[in-house]
Design a protein around this ligand. Structure first.
Ligand code: FAD
Length: 425
């Protein structure tokens, strides 16, 4: 295809790819974006969506926009020819269940002048037997929907006259694997949900329980020691058990097995730990990659590096799939957003001077621990209700449209007045 405007191809529509697709100058570039779902997920809002704090639709944003001149293909990139400047894709077909099935029989190729690689990471289960088949994950809106549906199903099965109290207790035990921010926030939201549900399901009082398992000796690894200790105390107060140094050996449909405790019955095991590269990134040869996590290494201007550390012109990489050589930045939305905004400015500018290097600005880190309690690590450490309030308002800060922010605020107001939709007063 002959195009007057340079063709930019973006792989992935997460925090990095979505921002680029919406903010790159569409009068200057021919923009194409490839992603397997037609929406972008606000990942920090997924735990709230999974526990019915608001409709899951509010935790996502459509990629297609009426005012944007841009091509979107609902597909997965499977390979790239970095010499011929083309990417091979396969369609990702939406099923009535809300899940996607890749269609390997109808591959197609997209050519580019500039390639932006931002497909994020996929879940790392460390090959734990049964994890892929039986665990619930939390990376996408369909994942959040699946968790919500399972929770509601467990509550109803536990309420049947044929279910003994002992069995109901087992069914309502939720095990969360991973004591990082995602596992902690999911546990916190589950605590709030069960507390609210106790009014709708009074006959199940005292039966639900939540356990966090982490192989590390403590949870919330990157937070200051006193904040970790505070989070532990708060969880204890809210009845969440934290099992550190816990080695998961296998998962079954209704139980997990640990080296320390053997079989532990659980109605649901949520897997919230570990990242690994997707097949597309793994398939890219000739690029420099980090030893840990296999992220694509770039220079300070986010240009991908070849194996000899020289720059591969017109190929950029960012988000969880990439890291700046020598930097070791975390796999967070914060980093992905800052890099995407930097790249938007770099590519949209009209100057021929090289852009100044990217510099990451560390922002405060927040974790909600349930019961309107939280911890914040920043210039100053905070805990308690103030931290919860900052976390809640921070949730709005993640949204990229006034429409979403307004709808989420309205949901909170309705919840306050009449209870969340799945636990109506
Ligand atoms: C539940 C949860 C809560 C989180 N909370 C926070 C938080 O509070 N603060 C924070 O800073 N970070 C948070 N994170 C981390 C943050 O979400 C990630 O660091 C961030 O999403 C990375 O952005 P990304 O653009 O690299 O990838 P992603 O946002 O993961 O997006 C990747 C995109 O690429 C697509 N894709 C994947 N493979 C292909 C392929 N082969 N071809 C085409 N497209 C592909 C995916 O479908 C997706 O659209 C959270 C993560 C989770 C899961």
């Amino acid at each position: 295809m002959n195009s007057v405007r340079p063709r930019i191809l973006i792989v992935g529509a997460g925090w990095a790819g979505f921002i680029l697709s919406q903010q790159l100058d569409d009068s200057k570039y021919d923009i194409t974006i490839i992603a397997p779902h037609q929406t972008f997920a606000y990942t920090p809002l997924l735990a709230s969506a999974a526990t019915g704090l608001f409709f899951s639709r509010l935790a996502e944003e459509p990629i297609r926009r009426a005012h944007r001149r841009m091509t979107y293909y609902r597909a997965l990139a499977t390979a790239a020819d970095l010499d011929q400047k083309s990417v091979t894709c396969i369609p990702s077909i939406l099923q009535p269940s809300g899940r996607d099935i890749p269609d390997a029989n109808h591959p197609f190729t997209v050519e580019y002048d500039v390639l932006i690689i931002a497909p994020g990471c996929v879940n790392q289960t460390f090959n734990t037997p049964g994890a892929t088949d039986y665990c619930f994950f939390l990376k996408t809106v369909p994942d959040a929907e699946a968790i919500k549906a399972k929770l509601l199903s467990l509550l109803e099965v536990a309420s049947l006259p044929t279910t003994s109290p002992e069995r109901a207790k087992e069914l309502l035990h939720i095990a969360v694997v991973g004591g990082g921010p995602t596992g902690v926030e999911l546990s916190a939201e589950l605590t709030d949900l069960f507390s609210e549900m106790s009014k709708t399901y009074p006959h199940l009082a005292g039966l639900p329980s939540i356990t966090i398992h982490d192989v590390a000796p403590e949870i919330l690894g990157v937070f200051h020691q006193k904040l970790k200790a505070y989070a532990l105390r708060s969880f204890k107060k809210h009845g969440v058990e934290v099992k550190t140094n816990s080695h998961i050996e296998k998962i079954e449909e209704d139980a997990l097995y640990t080296k320390e405790d053997g079989r532990i019955p659980a109605g649901m095991v949520a897997w919230a730990t570990g990242n690994k590269q997707c097949d597309f990134v793994e398939s890219l040869h000739g690029l420099s990659k980090a030893t840990r996590l296999g992220r694509i290494l770039t220079d300070q201007r986010l240009r991908a590096l070849k194996e000899d550390q020289s720059v591969l012109e017109n190929v950029y990489a960012l988000g969880d799939a990439a890291d700046i050589f020598g930097n070791g930045l975390p796999t967070t939305a914060e980093v992905a957003v800052q890099k995407a905004e930097y790249l938007v400015n770099t590519l949209n500018r009209h100057s021929s001077k090289p852009a100044s290097p990217f510099v990451y600005k560390q922002r405060r880190m927040v974790a909600y621990v349930g019961g309107t309690d939280g911890v914040i690590m920043g210039r100053q450490d905070w805990t308690g209700e103030a931290a919860w309030l900052a976390w809640r308002s921070g949730s709005l800060g993640w949204t990229r449209s006034w429409r979403r922010a307004g709808m989420i605020m309205a949901s909170w107001a309705w919840n306050f007045i009449g209870g969340r939709e799945i636990a109506r007063k």
